[in-house]
Design a binder for this molecule. Structure first.
Ligand SMILES: *Cc1c(COP(=O)(O)O)cnc(C)c1O
Length: 484
């Protein structure tokens, strides 16, 4: 629904108005006979506007977008931290941006060295034996890792290992990736503390278990405290342990999946390692494995041989290529720049501040909103809007009201095991003042819910459009310009 206070004039076309002028023709005019299907029968339906109008149109649209460079963005599980601009400078260096993946490796040794160093850094950060940079997203990394686990079991003749165990608190991509990789996803329940229920795990693990996929910290922002016991249960039954490390922001320099006994881990470089994300742009989901699973890594694998960097193609047990060329190189350059500018001590501090910021906000917001799991959190926490719902205001309304104050709302209605969930992830890059301003706004909204609920129920009041019909937008999207 359009917001009456802010009429959006989108259609500015006037017949005959032009935004360009072509130079005079300085070659002889020729007649070309085009074949039938290529001949346009009607003029293209394009807007006719001046250069200034088109400039203002796109500039206005660009300011209506919300990004981490324009405001606080506590979208839980997405790690919307600041992306340092030095990453962009490095990614634009011509030696990195003007090369081609089909070039002779001898002519791009610098770029290969960068990729190799990034692989090595990620191996050190995760405690894994070998890392591939090929997967293009977190979910893609999950699938890649699971295909390796599948290849491993099949090599051993264990074709009956068809079940992948996924906690009910896992990220939604986990059961989806397990299914796409040809497994059956089996749920293991969480206990009252929001952690994997070990008794239920013992119940579901058997000789048909291929792997347990663990999101850690889990989607409640809680560290799974009994990982060593879980490792024992799953490994004891011949299964493998998969670590969803998309949100590594809480454990950098403090804990490593490799040391906990995991066989496979994927990372989201577009979250923890400051690749820009949102809007579906290119991501990067590297996967690290133990030496036991290394033969199955996607090929080609980048290797170092006597100070030269080479792609090893001859890998008979490899699951094959999972991406054309070698991954999303530009995102990998940004992650490499980030790791090198932060250094090991800087990365440790990232996790310290990410966890401190989340706990500070959680304890403040706990005064006005229900907190279902009260122990200390890691990089994020989950509130419940249950109390506000009793007064007729839903979590969705609260999220919409936040837009009026210039904030991107938290993730809502996820995880599904919390009623009216609000998942808040402040990240380490926000100043205390920003956290305090957001806390004050949340407190004001909680007051409005009690005293003046309509203002929340009818929000947003300051945006160009108010409530959107999201179903129609998803089912019948209008993606191209059409003259009214
Ligand atoms: C974001 C996320 C993913 C999926 O990553 P994509 O790059 O969006 O595919 C998987 N697991 C967790 C825990 C995540 O937060």
């Amino acid at each position: 629904m359009m917001n009456e206070n802010f009429p959006l004039i989108f259609e500015r076309s006037q017949e005959g108005r032009m935004g360009y002028s072509l130079p005079e023709l300085d070659v002889p005019e020729v007649e070309i006979e085009l074949e039938e299907p290529y001949v346009r029968k009607n003029d293209a339906d394009l807007p006719e506007v001046s250069e200034l109008q088109i400039m203002r149109h796109y500039t206005a649209l660009s300011t209506r977008n919300h990004g981490v460079d324009s405001g606080f963005y506590p979208l839980g599980s997405c790690t919307m931290k600041y992306n340092p601009k030095i990453n962009e400078d490095v990614a634009r260096m011509t030696g990195l941006s003007h090369i081609h993946p089909l070039q002779d490796p001898d002519s791009v040794q610098g770029a290969l060295e960068l990729m190799y160093d990034l692989q090595t850094s990620l191996e050190a950060i995760t405690g894994m034996n070998t890392v591939t940079l090929q997967p293009a997203a977190g979910a893609h990394g999950e699938w890649t890792g699971l295909m390796m686990i599948r290849a491993f079991h099949e090599t051993n003749g264990d074709y009956h290992r068809t079940k992948v165990i996924v906690p009910d608190s896992a990220h939604g991509t986990n059961p989806a990736s397990a299914t796409v990789a040809g497994f059956e996803a089996v749920t293991v329940k969480s206990n009252e503390q929001g952690l994997v229920d070990l008794d239920d795990l013992r119940r579901v693990v058997d000789e048909n278990t291929a792997a347990l996929m663990l999101t850690n910290p889990n989607t409640l922002g809680l560290f799974e405290e009994h990982i060593l016991e879980m490792a024992e249960i799953v490994h004891g039954a011949g299964g493998k342990l998969y670590y969803d490390g998309a949100n590594l922001n809480a454990i950098l320099g403090y804990a490593r999946p490799g040391d906990m006994g995991f066989d496979v881990v994927h990372l989201n470089l577009h979250k923890t390692f400051t690749g820009p994300h949102g809007g579906g742009g290119p991501g990067s989901g590297p996967v690290g494995v133990t030496s036991e699973l290394a033969p199955y890594l996607p090929k080609p694998l980048l290797k170092k041989q006597h100070d030269r960097f080479v792609f090893e193609h001859d890998r008979p047990q490899s699951i094959g290529r999972v991406k054309p060329y070698f991954g999303n190189f530009g995102i990998n350059v940004r992650a490499y720049t980030y790791i090198r500018t932060m250094g090991p001590e800087g990365l440790r501090q990232v996790s310290e501040y990410a966890v401190l910021n989340a706990n500070y906000m959680m304890r403040e917001l706990q005064k006005d909103f229900d907190l279902p799991f009260t122990q200390h959190c890691k990089h994020e926490f989950v509130l419940s809007g249950k109390r506000q719902k009793k007064l007729g205001v839903r979590t969705l309304d609260i999220a919409k009201r936040l837009l009026d104050f210039g904030y991107h709302p938290p993730t809502i209605y996820f995880p599904i095991n919390v009623e009216e969930a609000m998942m808040v992830e402040p990240t380490e890059t926000e100043a205390k003042e920003t956290l305090d301003e957001f806390i004050a706004v949340m407190r004001q909204i909680s007051k409005e819910v009690k005293e003046n609920p309509e203002v929340v129920q009818e929000a947003p009041h300051t945006t160009i459009v108010s409530r959107l019909d999201e179903t129609t937008a998803a089912r019948k999207p209008v993606l191209t310009y059409k003259k009214e």
